[in-house]
Design a binder for this molecule. Structure first.
Ligand SMILES: Nc1nc2c(ncn2[C@@H]2O[C@H](COP(=O)(O)OP(=O)(O)OP(=O)(O)O)[C@@H](O)[C@H]2O)c(=O)[nH]1
Ligand SMILES: [Mg+2]
Length: 342
């Protein structure tokens, strides 16, 4: 076995701009467990600065293409963005990540992810693009994404952009927990209505109607505007009167991308001015703690059921000698008293 990586050295190197070290840390973050927790401790004092931007929308809406354009503009502006592309880990879409990378790299040009990572030297000028698979762990995404974001932030990337497909609660939550949530819709197929159904309307801070080069883009814009009017009427719009802007883009050519960045920055200014940036950060911390506790409790439950005591109570209940309620209460009591090792 290879010796365990020295996390302090890796972290210091990553802070110094060493891409490969950051890549190794991210792999450990993705894996979870004690090393991920140690990385969390190391990153803690240095994080809390970056603008966290979530980008979501239906499959194929152009999220990656748009992200590539945003990244190119950010680099031009002297920024150092990190991109976390969350792969829903479905066998159907698993192959899309490579495509994502290629498309982003096409736009970003020299910022080739793996090539730059392999170049091994310090790098303080380009973007870091990482895709993260969730590997079927329902809790994996909820734990690894927030830690990866904190790590990017701690080693000096800003903004940190998270791309997720807007299907499924966890994905929507991840983006909703960002400082600025960008929801991408496209012309056709009642996309605005779909976004509404997926719960994306409520989390959106900025709307992007991408593929504006296609017919129907103005219809989507109007639909979104109407829905925002309605949510205003029903009291859903934020009490501070912030209304998410609706921007038109054509990500293939980059038309509209600078305006998206301006809107994201304006939204961050609004959060700072209204004190809501703190509120969002608190909500993120709370939900990460909750996710971590739930995951540990689930693991302890498994451990308890596999223990001698657990197996005994389990087989009693299975044989009908005691009801499942009694078995679960007894096991929980033992778990909470810390007695789950046997
Ligand atoms: N016409 C047109 N096509 C676009 C535009 N933006 C993206 N596309 C195309 O739409 C397809 C999907 O783009 P992606 O950027 O991969 O979309 P995505 O939302 O990241 O897709 P997933 O990550 O697979 O959900 C690609 O073929 C793009 O070239 C646009 O503004 N106009
Ligand atoms: Mg994509």
């Amino acid at each position: 076995m290879a010796p365990p990586p020295n996390l302090v050295e890796l972290y210091d190197a990553a802070r110094g701009g060493h891409r490969r070290s950051l890549g190794r840390l991210l792999t450990l973050v993705e894996r979870g467990g004690a090393e991920a927790e140690r990385i969390s401790e190391l990153a803690h004092p240095d994080s809390g600065r970056a603008h966290i931007i979530g980008i979501t929308g239906a499959p194929g809406a152009g999220k990656s293409t748009l992200t590539g354009q945003l990244v190119a503009k950010l680099i031009e502006a002297g920024k150092r963005p990190a991109i976390l592309a969350v792969d829903p880990s479905s066998p159907l879409t698993g192959g899309a990540i490579l495509g994502d990378r290629i498309r982003m790299d096409d736009v970003v040009g020299v910022v080739a992810t793996d090539a730059a990572a392999a170049a091994d030297g310090p790098d303080r000028t380009s973007a870091f693009i990482r895709s993260m698979a969730t590997r079927g762990h329902s809790g994996g995404l909820a734990l690894a994404v927030p830690l990866a974001v904190r790590l990017f932030d701690a080693v000096g990337y800003d903004p940190v952009i998270i791309e997720t497909v807007g299907v499924g609660q966890v994905e929507v939550d991840v983006v909703g927990a960002a400082d600025t949530a960008i929801v991408v819709v496209t012309p056709g197929m009642g996309d605005a209505v779909q976004a509404n159904k997926a719960g994306l309307l409520e989390v959106a801070d900025v709307f992007v109607v991408n593929k504006a080069d296609r017919p129907g883009a103005n219809d989507v814009r109007r639909d979104l505007d109407l829905m925002l009017d309605l949510s205003h009427l029903t009291g859903q719009e934020a009490a501070d009167g912030y209304r998410p802007p609706i921007l038109m883009t054509s990500a293939l050519t980059g038309v509209g991308a600078p305006e998206v960045l301006e809107a994201a920055t304006a939204h961050l200014d609004h959060l700072d001015a209204s004190g809501q940036r703190t509120t969002r950060r608190r909500a993120r911390i709370r939900s990460e703690i909750q996710a971590r506790m739930e995951q540990k409790l689930a693991a302890l439950t498994e451990q308890m059921l596999a223990s001698t005591d657990g197996a005994e109570l389990l087989s009693k209940a299975e044989a009908g000698a005691i009801p499942p309620t009694e078995a679960s209460t007894a096991l929980l009591q033992r778990l909470l008293s810390g007695d789950h090792s046997a």
